[in-house]
Design a protein around this ligand. Structure first.
Ligand SMILES: CC(C)(COP(=O)(O)OP(=O)(O)OC[C@H]1O[C@@H](n2cnc3c(N)ncnc32)[C@H](O)[C@@H]1OP(=O)(O)O)[C@@H](O)C(=O)NCCC(=O)NCCS
Length: 342
């Protein structure tokens, strides 16, 4: 082995900091930690209240690990990784999606996040990952400074559409017949072909996804539109807001806004069938409203990639970092984000 091939020495944690896998009994401490570690977005502070179940979102990720950092025996940090194999420029990359990084304000700048990031990356590499990726709100300057150190920031941010469902009113969309899963997968793959970060499902991977936590997201949450005997549009409704309330504080006015959103997963339509998908989305918006949610969120890979619906909506953006995969100079079909990895 030449000296350049020698493995790096194991990274030492800062004094007093230990990192271990999170346990179910950490639930209350992790919910509290997140409430005590706001995202600083310009003049806004944002926390996510994940009560009653901090781990709910992770259960929809087939291969995941949540770690905590302890200082003096107390939990001061948390972060998560989820392994999957999205495409970048049509080539698969086994990557760990890193999320939920939080360090309690009084323990920041002591190397805690560095320690849990190294632990997650080591776990990911043991499981065949070539690297990792993450999203950061462009206005989160501290996190951009931390997460941007490895480079790999994409030239364009990933964008998302947030549909206001407060006035949504439509008849429920028909459930997707289980026998149509194969057709649904075909529509999803055709709709997102060429979009970066898309991980094409197969009938088997879709069936496995729907079995991970069916109460949260299973076959009963998929809706489909059929015309002329064939499936023309599909979309899944995930009530992500059941375990996640966004609490946004404007530090200038002191105004606090609380909101919960539902998410759209696994969507697509057949060529020329945008109107069928638009109707499906409108029906999902009404369903989200009946669940008590304020909004329905979905990835919008590029401007105009979604058919317009007659409800108010807004767009938000997140910067994407892939330090080990060179970001494409441009992403002509846009970036698709599976909201289970957000
Ligand atoms: C972002 C966050 C996880 C970083 O955790 P941390 O334990 O303080 O980070 P580390 O001590 O390991 O930082 C390592 C290096 O990253 C950079 N860095 C970290 N936080 C920074 C900040 N706020 N401003 C500028 N640089 C920063 C520095 O280079 C730092 O090294 P230094 O302290 O020797 O200068 C933490 O600030 C946090 O929890 N913020 C609130 C929640 C949040 O925004 N999470 C990220 C969501 S995308």
């Amino acid at each position: 082995m030449s000296s350049s091939e020698r493995p790096l020495p194991p990274r030492r944690n800062p004094p007093g900091v230990t990192v271990r896998e999170a346990r179910p009994e950490d639930n209350a401490a992790l919910i509290a930690l997140e409430l005590a570690s706001p995202l600083v977005l310009g003049a806004e502070r944002v926390v996510y209240d994940r009560s009653p179940d901090f781990f709910s979102r992770h259960r929809l990720q087939p291969m995941r690990r949540v770690v905590v950092a302890e200082l003096g025996g107390e939990i001061v940090g948390v972060a998560a990784a989820a392994l999957h194999t999205p495409l970048v420029e049509r080539r698969p990359h086994r990557l760990a999606y890193i999320s939920h990084a939080r360090v309690r304000a009084d323990a920041q700048r002591r190397g805690v996040a560095g320690a849990f990031s190294a632990a997650l990356l080591a776990w990911a590499k043991e499981h065949g990952a070539e690297g990792s990726y993450w999203f950061i709100a462009p206005s989160n300057e501290g996190s951009i400074a931390f997460g941007g150190r490895g480079g790999g920031r994409w030239p364009a941010d990933a964008t998302f559409r947030r549909i206001d469902v407060s006035r949504a009113d439509a008849a429920p969309a028909p459930p997707l017949a289980p026998a149509r899963i194969e057709e649904a997968v075909g529509l999803i793959n055709a709709t997102h072909a060429g979009q970066d970060l898309f991980e094409p499902p197969t009938a088997a991977s879709m069936a496995a996804r729907l079995r991970l936590d069916p109460a949260q997201y299973g076959i009963d949450h998929l809706r489909g539109a059929v015309a002329g005997g064939r499936l023309v549009a599909v979309a899944g409704l995930w009530d992500s807001g059941a375990c996640m309330e966004e609490v946004r504080t404007d530090t200038r006015s002191g105004d606090v806004t609380r909101s919960r959103a539902a998410s759209v997963l696994d969507w697509g339509w057949a060529l020329g069938e945008e109107p069928a998908f638009r109707d499906l989305l409108t029906a999902l918006a009404a369903e989200a409203r009946s669940l008590g949610r304020a909004a329905l969120t979905l990835s919008e890979p590029a401007p105009g990639a979604l058919p317009g619906i007659a409800l108010p909506s807004s767009v938000f953006a997140l910067s994407l970092f892939t330090p080990t995969v060179p970001p494409p100079v441009s992403s002509p079909r846009g970036v698709f984000v599976d909201l289970v990895y957000l």
